[in-house]
Design a protein around this ligand. Structure first.
Ligand code: SF4
Length: 59
């Protein structure tokens, strides 16, 4: 479990993917939800993913 405000599974490639949504529970736990895969909560940490789409830098 992670402390409130912290990103769990820092090694997960999901953190650099635009399909990631961080979901915070009422108790302050943060979950990594994927909007691209049928399995919305893949086992973490995800180290490789064929559906990974880099977050755009905005430049
Ligand atoms: S597409 Fe893959 S890398 Fe991106 S959020 Fe979903 S599981 Fe993570």
């Amino acid at each position: 479990m992670s402390a409130p405000g912290e990103r769990p599974f820092a090694s997960s490639v999901c953190h650099t993917c635009r399909h990631l949504r961080l979901i915070e529970s009422a108790r302050g736990s943060v979950f990594l939800m994927c909007t691209a895969l049928p399995r919305k909560y893949p086992p973490q940490p995800v180290l490789r993913c064929a559906a990974h789409a880099p977050v755009e830098s905005g430049t």
